[in-house]
Design a protein around this ligand. Structure first.
Ligand code: SAM
Length: 245
C-alpha cells in the first residue's frame, strides 16, 4: 500500500475504515462463491490473493502466517515437541501449501508426506524441494483416505474451510495418528467457537470466531491437549496446539 493511501487511511474516521474493509472483504469473497474447494484454492494461488504479487521467484505464496516471526516461533516449538518423542516421527502434513514452513520442519522428522489439494502447487513443490526427500501428494483430505503416520500437522488450513468439510475430516484423525499438531488463527478470548463459513481465502476472525476441534459441533475426543506456541498477528493469535489421542 502506498504512503499516500496510508496517510489518507490514518485520517479517516474508524467507522469509514471499517466499512471500506467490509466492502473489500465482501467483493473478494464474491469471486469465490460457488466454486469447488479445489477451484477456490487454485484461484487463490493463481490470483496471489495471499500475497507474493510482483515476486516472480515466488509463484505460490501461502500467506503472511507462513513467513516472519510466526514461523520461527512455530519451528522452535515443534522442534521441542518432536525431540520429546521417543524417536523421530513419521509425519503427514495436510494442506502443506508453498512448503516454506514444512521445509523447516522436514529435517526434524523421519518419513514426511506432504499433501495439498492444488495440483500445480504440488508439482512445483516436487521440483523446488527435490533435495528434501518429501513424498508430495495431491489429495483432498476431506474426501480421500489419509496417509498413515505418527504425527499429523495441519497448519492454518481448517480456518479457511466450512464446518461440513472439517467435520468430514476430524473423525479420521484420531483413528490414524498418535498426535495432531494443529495451528489456527483465532481472535482474542473470549470468542465464539466454530461459527460456519464458506471455503475461501478468509478466516473466521472477521466474524469473531475461530476453530476449536474439542468444541461442538466437532467434539473431537482427546487424551491430552498442550498449547505449543502463540503469536499475535492481524488482531488475532496464531495458536498451535498438540492433541494426543
Ligand atoms: C493458508 S495455506 C497454509 C499452508 C501451510 N500449512 C503453511 O502453514 O504455510 C492452506 C493450504 O491448505 C490447502 N487446502 C485447503 N483445503 C484442502 C483440502 N481439503 N485438502 C488438502 N489441502 C487443502 C490449500 O490449498 C492451502 O495450500
Amino acid at each position: 500500500m502506498s504512503r499516500v493511501t496510508n496517510a489518507i487511511k490514518e485520517r479517516l474516521p474508524a467507522p469509514i475504515v471499517n466499512a471500506l474493509h467490509t466492502y473489500r472483504r465482501r467483493s473478494t469473497l464474491r469471486a469465490f462463491a460457488g466454486l469447488s474447494t479445489k477451484d477456490v484454492f487454485t484461484k487463490i494461488y493463481e490470483d496471489r490473493v495471499w500475497g507474493g504479487v510482483g515476486d516472480a521467484e515466488q509463484k505460490y505464496f501461502s500467506g503472511s502466517g507462513s513467513r516472519d516471526t510466526a514461523v520461527e516461533t512455530y519451528v522452535n516449538a515443534v522442534r521441542k515437541f518432536v525431540q520429546s518423542l521417543d524417536r523421530k516421527p513419521d509425519v503427514v502434513d495436510l494442506g502443506c501449501g508453498d512448503f516454506h514452513v514444512g521445509s523447516r520442519v522436514r529435517p526434524l522428522c523421519a518419513r514426511y508426506v506432504a499433501c495439498d489439494i492444488v495440483d500445480s502447487l504440488i508439482t512445483s513443490n516436487v521440483e523446488k524441494y527435490k533435495a528434501l526427500d518429501v513424498d508430495f501428494r495431491t489429495l483432498d483430505f476431506t474426501q480421500d483416505e489419509l496417509p498413515p503416520g505418527d504425527v499429523v500437522f495441519v497448519r492454518q488450513v481448517l480456518q479457511h474451510l466450512s464446518n461440513a468439510e472439517i467435520a468430514r475430516t476430524v473423525h479420521k484423525i484420531p483413528e490414524r495418528y498418535r498426535y495432531l499438531v494443529l495451528t489456527e488463527h483465532v481472535p482474542p478470548e473470549p470468542f465464539a467457537h466454530n461459527l460456519d463459513k464458506s471455503p475461501g481465502p478468509d478466516n473466521r476472525l472477521a466474524i469473531h470466531s475461530g476453530i476449536v476441534l474439542t468444541s461442538a459441533p466437532f467434539n473431537m475426543a482427546v487424551r491430552e491437549k498442550t498449547t505449543l506456541c502463540e503469536v499475535q498477528e492481524w488482531g488475532g493469535i496464531i495458536r498451535t496446539i498438540v492433541y494426543r489421542f
